[in-house]
Ligand binder design. Structure first.
Ligand SMILES: *[C@@H]1O[C@H](CO)[C@@H](O)[C@H](O)[C@H]1NC(C)=O
Ligand SMILES: *[C@@H]1O[C@H](CO)[C@@H](O)[C@H](O)[C@H]1NC(C)=O
Length: 415
């Protein structure tokens, strides 16, 4: 009798265990929308990385500090903290769903996250020189920076970028640096604190072409060594981020040397610059196994990209321009050019097939991020296209005309 009872109890317990396991799997697959984390290599557990929960709390508390609120919308966080969507009107999905207008006169700011060698320089120039605005940026000959003030203002900026405010958050600041700095940098620039809405934008590029382009640039003497790489309030130590070269720069480096330096930030640069690095222990690679670090970084980069109001791809200039204009209701007076003979593609023809393969393998995170970005860009394009009654005409005449009867080309003058 007693034995019988015990066995029933035992069976009940077993059943319970199975049920919990199944529930865990369902929860995991739900938390993990992408193919990034096939279960075979999904090692993440909250106990192993308690910083996840700690960080999430920090993010929630600091939600109005210019961060794009990534973690607020994480299902886990939402569930645990019963967070309601308050003012998360910053991502593309929200912009496109509501009757949104970029409020250049109010408190909206575009923040341009400029990743090296993605075509950001010419895009950055388009932003300050070519937009059809009530009050165009004031650019002076011989000066790199322009003054992009809001209409009717002479000290409030609507654009945070190299050619407007300058590198206020450090040379080529990444997501981690910008989200921790933009708010205070804007306060400092405008000499007073204000509540603003931030819209992060960026450009991506096919990873092999980008890597080769950066390689050529470094060969010619570029270093970006004044970049700060701040994370969790400090720059990386020399042990965490050893310099790849001795001396002033890495001039005349060979491709092999360039690829073989483990701390070369050119490797998977796009993923690193878009990920929230505090999630992976910043530049301390011993904080977790490399596989986990890669997986978390890629997942975070994808999430941050998806949350951006706009991103463009170097290889799809026209679509990128169209998406920018439709998202912000701001219009360029020039069409974006699709260049096919840049340093990258020139360099590519001189590189062996083996090396190209090696570069792809080395930049596997960027390759996956770029695939994701391409799909997402096309998806966004389809959505916006469907909503645009005069799509054909608009798309054909990008950057060619000013003003149109339906107000599409009239920029902000209507508001
Ligand atoms: C890097 O992380 C490891 C493991 O967490 C830790 O022991 C080490 O002190 C860290 N290094 C630095 C410089 O913080
Ligand atoms: C780009 O390539 C195409 C063919 O591959 C060529 O016809 C076109 O002239 C090129 N454009 C530029 C700007 O080089």
């Amino acid at each position: 009798m007693d034995l019988m009872k015990k066995s029933v109890k035992y069976r009940f317990f077993l059943g319970f265990c199975v049920l919990v396991t199944i529930l865990c799997f369902i929860l995991l697959s739900w938390l993990c929308p992408d193919k990034v984390c096939a279960f075979s290599n999904w090692h993440y557990s909250q106990l192993r990385y308690p910083s996840w929960s700690k960080l999430s709390l920090k993010h929630v508390v600091a939600d109005n500090l210019g961060r794009p609120l990534t973690f607020l919308s994480h299902p886990l966080i939402k569930e645990r903290l019963k967070v309601v969507d308050v003012h998360d009107k910053l991502s593309f999905d929200e912009l496109i769903r509501s009757d949104f207008h970029f409020d250049i006169k109010g408190s909206d700011v575009i923040v341009f996250l400029h990743i090296q060698k993605t075509g950001g320089t010419s895009f950055g120039r388009h932003l300050v020189r070519d937009l059809d605005l009530e009050q165009p940026c004031q650019c002076r000959k011989g000066r790199k920076k322009c003054r992009c003030y809001r209409p009717d203002s002479d000290d409030k900026y609507w654009l945070f970028s190299r050619y407007s405010t300058g590198w206020k958050c450090g040379l080529h600041a990444d997501w981690t640096e910008l989200t921790n700095c933009v708010e205070s940098a804007m306060d400092q620039t405008e000499k007073g604190s204000a509540k603003r809405r931030y819209f992060y934008i960026t450009l991506l590029r096919e990873p092999v072409a980008r890597f080769l382009s950066e390689f050529r640039h470094v060969q010619r003497g570029a270093t970006w060594k004044t970049s700060r790489h701040l994370c969790d309030g400090r720059p990386p130590t020399p042990e965490e981020l050893p310099q790849c070269f001795a001396g002033e720069d890495w001039r005349d480096v060979s491709l092999n040397e360039f690829m073989n330096c483990h701390s070369n930030l050119a490797i998977n640069r796009q993923t690193r610059m878009l990920a929230d690095l505090t999630l992976v222990g910043c530049y301390n690679t011993s904080a977790m196994p490399p596989r986990d670090r890669d997986m978390l970084m890629l997942a975070s980069a994808k999430e941050n990209l998806r949350k951006m109001a706009f991103f463009g791809l170097c290889e799809y200039q026209k679509i990128s321009q169209y998406l920018f204009e439709s998202t912000f209701h701001l219009h360029f007076l020039q069409p974006f050019h699709q260049l096919n003979e840049t340093h990258g593609s020139l360099a590519r023809s001189e590189i062996s097939e083996d090396d190209i393969k090696k570069i792809r393998r080395l930049n596997h995170l960027d390759v996956q991020l770029y695939e994701y970005a391409t799909t997402l860009l096309k998806h966004r394009f389809e959505i916006v296209k469907k909503k645009d009654k005069n799509f054909e005409e608009h798309f054909k005449n990008l950057g060619k005309k000013k003003g149109s009867p339906d107000g599409y080309g009239s920029g902000l003058k209507e508001s």
